[in-house]
Design a protein. Structure first.
Length: 131
């Protein structure tokens, strides 16, 4: 099934090596925001194709020429329909953005409504800091 998903998606020859670290959903305890319920059936796995990872964007105010940070986050682009969820982690193994990230929100599965072409799944990332 993954082979079919990869062949229909966009392929980025010069992306980064990435692995997905599955995590469960947040427990129902309101005082334990960081408690995760383990999900035994899903194991850490490397993505079989290169994944492009782009840094957070910055922009410049055209009237004052002063830089400001745009409300974006690092983003990774996986093959369409890839098995990644909102509570998972992503480890970028190569490139300038190498490190550990949490998935920020629900992954976006892009699909053209006119042709049905499904190029990719976009995943916003937040860097994991601390121990």
């Amino acid at each position: 099934a993954l082979r079919t998903v990869v062949s229909m998606s966009m392929h980025f020859e010069y992306g980064e090596e990435v692995e997905v670290i599955p995590r469960g959903s947040i427990a129902d305890d309101p005082y334990a925001e960081d408690d995760y319920v383990p999900t035994p059936p899903r194991a850490t796995h490397r993505v079989p194709v290169p994944v492009p990872v782009f840094p957070a964007a910055t922009a410049e105010d055209p009237t004052t020429q002063e830089p400001y940070t745009v409300s974006t986050s690092p983003t990774a682009f996986f093959p369409y329909g890839y098995d990644i969820h909102e509570h998972d982690q992503v480890r970028v193994l190569t490139g300038p953005l190498a490190g550990l990230y949490n998935v920020d929100g629900t992954p976006g599965h892009w699909k053209n409504p006119f042709t049905g072409w499904s190029p990719l799944t976009s995943v916003k990332l937040v860097v994991v800091t601390g121990g």
